[in-house]
Write a protein of this length. Structure first.
Length: 617
């Protein structure tokens, strides 16, 4: 650096403040402004005298130079903003341009950069109060809490000791019981008669639990399927006081009669009980059903144009939802029934899993996440619709809200991510979940149903509109025809009207052409075809005959394929994705179709008009 550079830099730093405003006295500033005024007058005088005949560009150059000098002084002297640089919180201001309809999964900014009223709760997941109720009274054939060793193979059978007689009492109100104890199996303290909960049957008397846990490490094996000569009937279950009529048959004291009238028998009911016993033993201590533990994610084929390797290994919320639906479908809730504890633990796990945007997908992968959310949402909304437990309302409402937010507003369906053009397979589970939310009294906008109806029209195929395809640009299949028929039934429930005779006839003929047992086992297809055909069996003698033919093939096939431990093998189409919990739960749900849902009464013309015009179209 030259020798004279340091004094020059020091002089510049002293008299030319580049950023801050130096605390100059008023005398200095008056002198500076006086010099500027005198200079301006001198420039004006030069332009009128000595430089009057100068060229135009010289005049412009002189004026430009002087104007810049004045502007520099003004910029240095005038304080536009308050404060001194370097002080204050130094928080950036973020501005985002958002579309009119946001996707549901928007990643928020870090909590420390948001104002207090917009910061998410810590932790970000919803933490509703636990759903636990008082310890339910175990029935004689109720399985003991499972251990890790029991999942490898069926445990040996042990004959339960006859319990002493006692008088069963109805469950206590929800506000009375304590929270659910730790999921680890622990001995329960002795209960007074008023704290006991039992089903209204003399066979459910309970012996007070011992003060020390028994050393047994094996659960009771599910009872073998009875022969036709020795029918067994489940004990009657309490009727929930507020359950919608759609679910009433599950809790009816005449359920055996309903089963027989609609196509079931003692063997189908025993098959369901054996399946529920297996599912209860397969539940993890934390309340979930572990998909990977029972073979999920083992699919190694390319299905529907996608490599499905590994799909389903993280679908715990989906198989947990399906397992809970199997218990709910047979009349077991977290408020009553011999599996009340298992249902309560499963609902607790889903509530703890729920994300801040309402999603119940958990850690599911791309192909699984929407299925996981809709299946889990269906279970939570159905449990809330049946029991109206206030502790479930927030979880159910948030989950249903996530489904509404992720519907594609253009084609009216759902896919792997919010806003993607959808498919019929995703549509079915989402409509079932939102239908349950609607029955529970939760807010489901009317436009959701009209959008879904728009999508169904885009995948409708066939001469009479009875067939359905996977996507608008694909050909119809029997699986999508079955699911499409059930989706149409849900839509006409909400929008009014009925499924056209020609549409139903074309769909039923297609389904009867591929009966259970005639090819590769496809429990997914059987499930939706069973729901749709069972619902329509009272429509006409032809529909009754179609249902009887389908039901005969279904019962024969499912009873023949059920294992002695109560489960169904995963060697089915899609069984490699969902695993053994998926196959067992969905097979049990198919055998519960006789009483799981009752068709809604037809609405009046006025009611249909009001329903159709209840929201924006």
């Amino acid at each position: 650096m030259p020798a004279g550079a340091v004094p020059i830099i020091a002089f510049a730093e002293r008299f030319s403040p580049p950023v801050a405003w130096l605390p100059l006295g008023w005398n200095r500033w008056l002198a500076i402004w006086f010099v500027l005024a005198a200079g301006s007058a001198g420039v004006a005088l030069l332009l009128r005298t000595r430089l009057r005949k100068a060229s135009a560009w010289r005049k412009c150059a002189l004026l430009s130079l002087w104007v810049h000098v004045v502007l520099v002084v003004l910029a240095t002297a005038v304080q536009i903003v308050s404060g001194v640089p370097g002080e204050g919180p130094d928080e950036p201001i973020r501005v985002a341009l958002l579309p009119a309809e946001l996707p549901a999964e928007v990643v928020p900014a870090k909590a420390e950069t948001l104002p207090k009223w917009e910061r998410p709760q810590d932790p970000a997941r919803l933490e509703p109060p636990p759903l636990a109720l008082p310890e339910p009274t175990p029935a004689e054939d109720a399985p003991v809490e499972p251990t890790d060793e029991q999942y490898a193979e069926p445990p040996p059978s042990e004959a339960p000791s006859p319990p002493p007689e006692s008088t069963p009492t109805p469950p206590e109100p929800l506000s009375a019981p304590p929270l659910l104890p730790s999921p680890q199996p622990e001995p329960a303290p002795a209960q007074s008669p008023s704290d006991k909960q039992a089903e209204p049957s003399v066979d459910t008397a309970v012996e007070p639990p011992p003060t020390e846990p028994p050393p047994s490490t094996a659960a009771e094996a599910p009872a073998p399927k009875p022969s036709a000569s020795t029918p067994q009937q489940p004990a009657p279950r309490p009727t929930p006081p507020v359950a919608p009529p759609t679910y009433a048959a599950r809790f009816s004291p005449d359920r055996a009669e309903i089963v027989a009238r609609r196509g079931g028998n003692a063997q189908t009911e025993q098959a369901v009980r054996s399946a529920l016993a297996w599912l209860a033993a397969a539940q993890d201590p934390d309340g979930r059903w572990n998909a990977a533990r029972f073979g999920a994610g083992g699919e190694r084929r390319t299905l529907l144009g996608h490599d499905r390797a590994g799909t389903g290994s993280r679908a715990d919320s989906a198989v947990t939802g399906l397992a809970l639906l199997a218990f709910l479908g047979s009349g077991h809730t977290h408020q009553g029934g011999e599996y009340a504890r298992h249902v309560a633990r499963g609902l607790d796990w889903l509530a703890a899993l729920q994300a801040h945007d309402g999603s119940l997908a958990g850690e599911a992968t791309t192909f699984d996440r929407t299925y996981c959310h809709s299946m889990a949402t269906l279970a939570v909304c159905e449990a809330y619709a049946i029991t109206r437990d206030a502790r479930l309302r927030r979880v159910a409402a948030a989950a249903a809200g996530h489904s509404v937010a992720t519907q594609n507003p253009q084609d009216g369906s759902w896919r792997y991510w919010p806003g993607m053009p959808g498919d019929t397979s995703q549509l079915g589970w989402q409509l079932m979940a939102l239908k349950s939310a609607d029955l529970a009294g939760l807010d489901v906008p009317a436009v959701v149903w009209t959008r879904a109806d728009r999508f169904m029209r885009s995948v409708t195929r066939g001469a009479s509109g009875g067939l359905a395809s996977y996507r608008p640009d694909s050909r119809p299949t029997t699986s999508m025809t079955a699911e499409g028929l059930f989706c149409r039934q849900l839509l006409v429930d909400r929008l009014g009207g009925a499924v056209d005779d020609g549409c139903y006839g074309e769909a039923a003929a297609t389904l009867l052409g591929e009966l259970p047992g005639s090819g590769e086992a496809n429990l997914y297809y059987w499930y939706y075809a069973t729901l749709a055909l069972c619902r329509e069996q009272d429509r006409s003698p032809v529909a009754k005959a179609a249902w009887q033919r389908w039901n005969d093939g279904l019962v024969r096939t499912l009873l023949a394929q059920q294992r002695t431990d109560g489960s169904w093998p995963a060697s089915t189409l899609w069984g490699g994705c969902g695993g053994q919990v998926y196959t067992t739960a969905i097979a049990a749900l198919s055998l519960e179709a006789y009483y799981r849902y009752l068709p809604m009464e037809p609405e009046t013309e006025l009611a249909r008009r009001r329903e159709w015009r209840s929201g924006p179209q």
